[in-house]
Design a protein around this ligand. Structure first.
Ligand SMILES: NC(=O)c1ccc[n+]([C@@H]2O[C@H](COP(=O)([O-])OP(=O)(O)OC[C@H]3O[C@@H](n4cnc5c(N)ncnc54)[C@H](OP(=O)(O)O)[C@@H]3O)[C@@H](O)[C@H]2O)c1
Length: 329
């Protein structure tokens, strides 16, 4: 059946300026790290992408290696784009990245010009796109000179293969250096993509200051801590959850156990606010970052998470209570 986007798709979602740039991002973006690979039903992946777009999510975050099979998420996205979303391409911000291991040999990972340029060409082919909106260096490379990696990002923009560039998981010092080089080259660094959630607050120790000083926007990955900051694990570890998945080693049952007391206490605060825990966790992260990239395994999660936008503000008492809970053992 042919897809027609919801007419009211822009009515509720806030769009927030990304740093000093002209680009606005939806408060909530959708990431395709999990649930869009060969191991998941295409119909479910497609339903989530279309529902997201209908809910005002204009930004879709990918990377060369998202799958499994690395590359599969970009192919799934390309298929949905071709089948349904092509008429809306100019209403969408599509990002991809290169940095982690993608193909064998010395040119298939890290930050060389050789790897970044070849990888983006492959990503464009898999998605059936002429350009991406944002291209990222997915991780800092301790061996390649920063000037080479940033030079490649600048060249990619000049070639018209990306409109903006960003960096992910760079330290505050590396971020300042990358921003300086890119500014000199005339291609400002649009955005930093760090991990950030109530349970992962490293960016508060220096990075947010650098982002403010350089005028860079920010978009948090794993804002729900892979599902820990939702109602998913309140009553044990469901069979169909990420923590129970045998083909995924990013979230362990031990991590669930470790945070369970915090999760339960935070859930009480969320309920008092008239929100779910997932909604409160996203609203909290949005106090610090431009946008949050959520993951979802089903449409209902996506719908619940977008509900966060109904209440984004916190009282000073609520913030203090959250701090107290997070500091408790
Ligand atoms: N730059 C980087 O290095 C990097 C690294 C990691 C991720 N990312 C980006 O960040 C995106 C998000 O990462 P993530 O998937 O880990 O994010 P997340 O939003 O922290 O976790 C998403 C997972 O939490 C569960 N969940 C979400 N909403 C829920 C709800 N309302 N109720 C119950 N469970 C819920 C689902 O897991 P179940 O399977 O249990 O349902 C879902 O797949 C990725 O897709 C990617 O684009 C970037």
């Amino acid at each position: 059946m042919s897809y027609l986007a919801a007419e009211n798709r822009y009515d509720a979602m806030p769009y927030r300026r990304c740093g000093n740039s002209g680009l606005k991002l939806p408060a909530i973006s959708l990431g395709l790290w999990h649930n869009f690979g060969d191991n998941k039903p295409y119909d479910n992946s497609r339903a989530m992408l279309l529902r997201a777009f209908d809910l005002g999510i204009t930004h879709f975050d990918l990377a060369n290696n998202y799958g499994p099979r690395p590359g599969a998420a970009e192919e799934t996205f390309g298929k949905v784009l071709k089948q349904d979303l092509r008429p809306y391409r100019d209403e969408m911000i599509v990002s991809t990245k290169a940095g982690w291991e993608m193909w064998p040999g010395p040119y298939g990972e890290w930050g060389s010009r050789k790897y970044l340029m070849a990888s983006l060409d492959q990503s464009l082919q898999r998605m059936g796109l002429d350009y991406v909106d944002i291209f990222y260096s997915h991780r800092p490379d301790p061996e390649t000179p920063m000037a080479e990696t940033m030079g490649a990002l600048d060249a990619i923009v000049r070639q018209g293969k990306a409109l903006y560039v960003g960096i992910s998981s760079y330290s505050p010092e590396q971020t300042a250096e990358a921003a300086k080089i890119l500014k000199e080259l005339g291609t400002p660094c649009l955005i930093h993509q760090p991990k950030y959630s109530m349970f992962s607050r490293e960016i508060e120790r220096g990075l947010t200051d650098v982002l403010r000083e350089t005028g860079m926007g920010s978009i948090a990955f794993c804002p729900l801590e892979q599902g820990l900051l939702t109602s998913r694990y309140l009553d044990g570890i469901p069979q169909d959850s990420r923590a129970a998945a045998t083909d995924n080693h990013f979230l362990s049952s031990a991590a669930v156990e470790l945070q369970l007391s915090h999760i339960r206490q935070l859930n009480v605060v969320a309920q008092r606010r008239g929100q779910t825990l997932a909604q409160m966790a996203l609203a909290w992260a949005l106090l610090t970052v431009t946008s949050v990239i959520i993951g979802a395994s089903r449409v209902a999660q996506l719908e619940e998470n977008v509900g966060a936008i109904a209440k984004l503000d916190f009282s000073a008492e609520e913030l203090l209570e959250i701090e107290r809970i997070l500091a408790s053992t």
